[in-house]
Design a protein around this ligand. Sequence first.
Ligand code: MET
Length: 353
Amino acid sequence: MLSRTQTILERVFTADVPDRADIEHLLRLDDERYVQLLFDFADVVRREYVGDGVLLRGIIEFSNSCRGTCAYCGLRAANRRLKRYRLTHAEILTAAENVCRSGLKTVVLQSGEEDNLDADALAAVIEEIKSRFDVAVTLSVGERDRRDYAMWKEAGADRYLLKIETSDPELYGQLHPGMSFENRIRCLVDLAELGYQTGSGNLVGLRGQTAESLAGDIVFFKKGDFDMISVSPFIAHAETPLADEPAGDLVMTLKMTALARIVSRNAHIPATTAIGSLGGRDERPRALGVGANVLMPNFTPAPYRQQYEIYPNKRCVMEDPGACPGCMGHMVAALGRFVDLDKGHSLKSRSAV
Ligand code: MET
């Protein structure tokens, strides 16, 4: 049985398009020895393809306004209890300066999906960050027109995160009423065509999600050949339709992280803040041990960072912005790894950078 698991792992690693049944088999493993084989395999792939460095990306959550209907997210438009905010141009620049002062070389600008997002204003922010600081800029502001994506690329943006959340169109439809799976795919295609390093990812433990559906997410990641992939557990937010659902399972989330590493080989994969926020111990070190090579310290200024409540009890939300990189250095050193203060561009060979 151990050797059968090993054979399946080799097959998933080498396949152009991995077999869904193979992935499902690995996701269903419950004997610790077999699960450990999966984790060890991913750790070996991680070491060989991205090395021992852990990249830090400083995230600035510049607005929590959102038109979205995502059933799992506390920022959804229907949540009238959330106080909405938007950082000014000057506030975003100050936060970006803090990222740079900490020695980090990637600024991630994320927001809810603002209905009336001023695309020119965001372009001006990108331009100023790129002219003042030696950093890569990653955007994560949701589904927009190709024209907006093109303008922000022109302004200097390097990367874009737009998680598919679930690659299962039916489940996607249930969780995102009125939104369109096809449009999300259109956005991903536009972003890649425009030359962005593009990130996808999913949520683990959504109501109605099966191992088969999760296996489909891994196939989706492989086919998309994404530069970045992130795997997060679902965490219920009280002001959403999924308020009473249990959180995603830690081990299943780690298995998905491991499989994302095995099929993508050299994608950048974060130990997500949500993995660190499941309650109890911070489990991000475990994610770093099963394929992850990125951490994302939060640089959103107080009091706003508490209002960017996509899920409750986010890890370190009360810390001072800027405190995280030091703490993450200790976390990484304890694993025998090191913090890599490089821009951490895509390792995919098509990238021009
Ligand atoms: N709203 C953006 C998206 O849908 C950014 C992350 S969600 C809080 O991708």
